[in-house]
Write a protein that binds this ligand. Structure first.
Ligand code: GDP
Length: 244
């Protein structure tokens, strides 16, 4: 079975200090982030092959929380391979200043300081491309950390226009200036564009024997993935984290 298809709910935390409760051994974590309505929960559910693992962040006022999903071996006394971490959607026009502050504290601190963080998956709607809030989020994400940019709802545009959007996003200084590996690709839950590539790219962040991004990109539809800098899985370090 594919690794992400083993995903199951592990914990919900509203404070960073609670993270070690769900992941006491510091196993690698991959964070999923994006504006509300970008298609993050639809994407997580598709790549994990589950109908309702992640919930839509569309309801304003929903508690700002990080949801942890364990992947890999399951059972009493057995260590999972790592965790997918679903971060609250941002960018509600109607969000209260308090909700915005709470998002900045939780998501910002998580991205800035979380040692087991092995990589980040940023979801952006193809019709909006990168917004200032996405750039702010990227500025919190250590620049060496592997980054996958998933350009969602690719079915909304024609193939050539979608490709142009992909290339425009890749040129944005917020991405072009990063030091670590960056993979961008088109995605659609409707026609499954990128649905085979994404779980494998995430898996490579969690498993040292997985394929590297260059190999995955070579196997994928040549129109979609764009590799700004490749990522190769490495033997985990002492704290379980694999990023440089
Ligand atoms: P979230 O707030 O980021 O979790 O976004 P959701 O996953 O709830 O998706 C927001 C809306 O976009 C929903 O109405 C989805 O049905 C729609 N949506 C999500 N992914 C796609 C996609 O790939 N194509 C299209 N056309 N619509 C999508």
């Amino acid at each position: 079975m594919k690794l992400l298809a083993t995903a199951r709910f592990a914990d919900t935390v509203v404070r960073l200090s609670q993270l070690n409760r769900g992941n006491p051994d510091g196993l690698p974590e991959v964070a999923f982030v994006g504006r509300s309505n970008a298609g993050k929960s639809s994407c997580i559910n598709l790549v994990c092959n589950r109908r309702r693992l992640a919930f839509s962040s569309r309801t304003p006022g929903r508690t700002q929380a990080l949801n942890l999903f364990a992947v890999g071996p399951d059972g009493e006394g057995v260590q999972p391979t790592g965790f997918l971490v679903d971060s609250p959607g941002y960018g509600f026009a109607t969000a209260s200043p308090e909700a915005k502050r709470s998002w900045q504290t939780l998501a910002g601190e998580y991205l800035r300081s979380r040692v087991p963080l092995a990589g980040v998956v940023l979801m952006i709607d193809i019709r909006r491309e990168l917004t200032d809030l996405d750039r702010q989020l990227l500025s919190w994400t250590p620049t060496v950390l592997p980054l996958i940019v998933v350009i969602t709802k690719a079915d909304k545009l024609g193939r050539n226009v979608a490709r142009e959007a992909l290339r425009r996003v890749a040129r944005d200084p917020a991405l072009a200036g990063r030091e670590g590996p960056v993979l961008l690709h088109l995605f659609s839950t409707l026609n499954r564009t990128g649905a085979d590539l994404l779980p494998l790219a995430v898996e490579s962040l969690l498993v040292s024997t997985a394929a590297d991004w260059a190999a995955l990109a070579a196997r994928a539809d040549p129109a979609s993935p764009l590799l700004l800098a490749p990522f190769s899985p490495a033997a985990p370090t002492d704290n379980g984290s694999q990023h440089p």
